[in-house]
Design a protein around this ligand. Structure first.
Ligand SMILES: [Zn+2]
Length: 473
């Protein structure tokens, strides 16, 4: 899933204090070398759907944890046959604490699979980690072997330093985030006794943004994801020969249905996350959007502000459920009246709204009682996670240590990650990946995926600070 693209579209530079960019360029500490070695090895494994290589990733990581002093009993490779017939796996590793806080564990998630990459289309081999011009290139450098590597290395680093958390920390690495999230559901439900936690930190969502000059602008905590739901809309007809047209026609009727849906706008909605997002983003967003965000956050009934926000596809998506036609198929021969016409309508539903409500609304708006609507699989509503002060404070401290003063902004993603499954299962989830990225560098799923070298090592410090803050005595 695309995690952070779009979010930066309109952010302008926050002016950092003069000494904010203190960069060291030799990354020779043991844990930094370990991180690079793990990253390089993981990138070399083509763990895309259809290649059957995710278990190799899980086994490799399990060995690293064993070598790093984690008890065998705390390392769980969980093989799983996907509905596609492919064998995959997830990995759960528990970092046992001393329980002195008396609190439930923290679950940290990331995914071991990647979207496939075709070597002949890339400038460099996507399955070889290449460092060039201050960047790491390769499939998964960003999505999400970055998350896997930074979390794994942080566990190994803390263990080597003798750190004992005051509550258990659990890693939950999934094996099919990009294709079906079946392993995510297994971790959330079937293996819940291994993964149950007070809350979940997702290393595959949220994160920081840099401007074109590399200055940090803002950091997003992703606390909600819109529900993904796909509807198949079908009109049927008895058909006939096209030389003898009838007044009723499946294609014309479906076209009317779609025009009616196009004309409908779902009602404006807000929650704490979106209001916080508009309020805090306003200071780093240029006119006219920044001002409109501020006004809308103060008064969601400000129609003038809303009209401005609606001109931006991203800001509009944050204010409501959206539905849009994405595919069409109709008819069976050029000289036959169509016996059916079907449109695919994809909706991104505001948290708290049930899929069934949206289906009912589409039917009502369509204005054709003969319309059949089928709901696609995987369309399950996901709640927003309440803003968590403890996490916000830890993120703020860890981020400000490297990028003083930048705004920390709650965010509702219009797309989905493993986080939505965890939220559905009742565990509040926060996307807080430690990466800072320029908008131009957002190539996850695409060609020539890359991450700045500095940002990679910065994320190691960030996760170290986060975990010692949240689970240190
Ligand atoms: Zn991802």
């Amino acid at each position: 899933m695309i995690r952070i693209a779009l979010a930066t579209m309109m952010l302008v530079s926050y002016c950092p204090p003069a000494n904010a960019q203190s960069k060291s360029t030799d990354y020779t500490a043991d844990y930094q070398q370990t991180a690079l070695e793990i990253y390089r090895h993981l990138i070399s494994i083509r763990s895309a759907a259809g290649h059957g290589n995710v278990p190799e990733v899980a086994n490799y990581l399990a060995d690293r944890f064993r070598d790093g002093g984690f008890d065998d009993a705390d390392i769980h490779i969980l093989p799983q046959m996907l509905s596609s017939g492919e064998e995959t796996a997830s990995l759960v590793v528990r970092y046992e604490g001393n329980d002195s806080s008396g609190r439930e564990p923290i679950l940290l998630i990331a995914h071991m699979d990647v979207v496939d990459a075709l070597p002949k289309e890339w400038e460099r081999d996507p399955f070889t980690l290449v460092e060039k011009d201050g960047y790491f290139f390769g499939r998964g450098t960003l999505d999400d072997k970055f998350g896997i590597t930074t979390l794994t290395t942080t566990f190994l680093r803390l263990k080597a330093a003798g750190f004992v958390p005051n509550r258990d920390l659990i890693l939950g690495f999934t094996g099919d985030e990009e294709s079906g999230m079946e392993t995510t559901r297994s971790l959330a439900y079937e293996y819940r006794e291994l993964t149950d936690a007070e809350y979940v930190l997702n290393a595959d969502g949220g994160g920081g943004f840099l401007d074109h000059d590399g200055n940090a602008i803002a950091f997003m905590i992703q606390a909600a994801e819109k529900t993904f739901a796909t509807f198949e809309l079908t009109i049927r007809n008895q058909g006939g020969h096209s030389s003898l047209p009838r007044p009723d026609n499946a294609i014309y009727e479906l076209a009317t249905v779609l025009k009616n849906i196009e004309a409908y706008t779902f009602p404006t909605q807000t929650n704490d996350i979106t209001l916080g997002y508009f309020d805090k983003s306003s200071s780093v967003t240029p006119a006219p959007f920044g001002d409109a965000m501020k006004r809308f956050a103060a008064n969601p009934e400000d129609e003038e502000a809303l009209a401005i926000l609606r001109k931006s596809p991203l800001q509009n998506s944050v204010t409501r459920t959206t539905c849009i036609a994405t595919m069409l198929s109709a008819g069976h021969a050029e000289n036959a009246l169509p016996q059916s016409a079907t449109a695919t309508v994809n909706c991104r539903i505001f948290p708290g709204v049930e899929v069934g409500e949206v289906r009912a609304k589409l039917f009502e708006v369509a204005g054709n009682d003969a319309l059949e609507i089928e709901v696609g699989g995987n369309s399950v509503a996901s709640p927003a996670s309440p803003i968590n002060e403890e996490i916000t404070a830890a993120v703020t401290e860890a981020v400000h240590k490297q990028h003083p003063g930048i705004p920390i902004i709650p965010f509702m993603a219009p797309y989905g990650t493993d986080g939505k499954v965890m939220r559905q299962a009742g565990m509040p989830t926060y996307g807080v990946m430690g990466l800072f990225i320029k908008e131009d560098d957002e190539f996850s799923h695409g060609l020539n995926e890359r991450v700045q070298v500095d940002a990679f090592y910065g994320a190691l410090e960030y996760w170290h600070d986060m975990l010692t803050d949240l689970a240190g005595s």
